[in-house]
Design a protein around this ligand. Structure first.
Ligand code: HEC
Length: 120
């Protein structure tokens, strides 16, 4: 019985992997104002604004500069949301961004969508 459940999980995992790869290949993500507003809510509730401003460099890069640098596609969405959760440095300078390990990947992705949509 356990083995059967194991196999089913493994198959689901394979399917999930192959379908997310398909999305990654198509690239560009279409997001609209609703995504943007949802992300903004998360940003407001978190500590982002202690280091980031929308239009000018502060401790961290301006959100509009981040938006100019990255296209809103699956790769960047994954990469940046992971970086918000784990923290990191060296892309913009020596100052590191602290990790936000309590954020869910979904919430972090919503924030990235909000930020990258600022270029529109
Ligand atoms: C302690 C200050 C600080 C806080 C708080 C902070 N950031 Fe940052 N953030 C930075 C710094 C510094 C960088 C530049 C890191 C680098 O050079 O790689 C950065 C970079 C980024 C980047 C670009 C990463 C890249 O690789 O280009 C994104 C996106 C981002 N922050 C989003 C957020 C969000 C969303 C929050 C709130 C959950 C947040 N940050 C909170 C300091 C902070």
């Amino acid at each position: 019985m356990l083995l059967r459940i194991g196999i089913i999980f493994f198959l689901c995992y394979l399917i999930a992997c192959s379908s997310s790869k398909k999305i990654a290949n198509t690239g560009i993500i279409k997001a609209d104002k609703t995504d943007s507003l949802a992300g903004l809510e998360f940003v407001k509730r978190s500590d982002c604004v202690t280091c980031h401003k929308i239009g000018e460099k502060f401790v961290g890069p301006a959100f509009t500069d981040i938006a100019k640098k990255y296209e809103l596609n699956t790769d960047n969405l994954n990469k940046l949301s992971k970086k918000i959760i784990t923290g990191g440095k060296s892309t913009w300078g020596k100052v590191p961004m602290i990790p936000h390990s309590l954020l869910s990947e979904e919430d972090a992705k919503a924030m990235v969508k909000y930020i990258l949509l600022l270029k529109n």
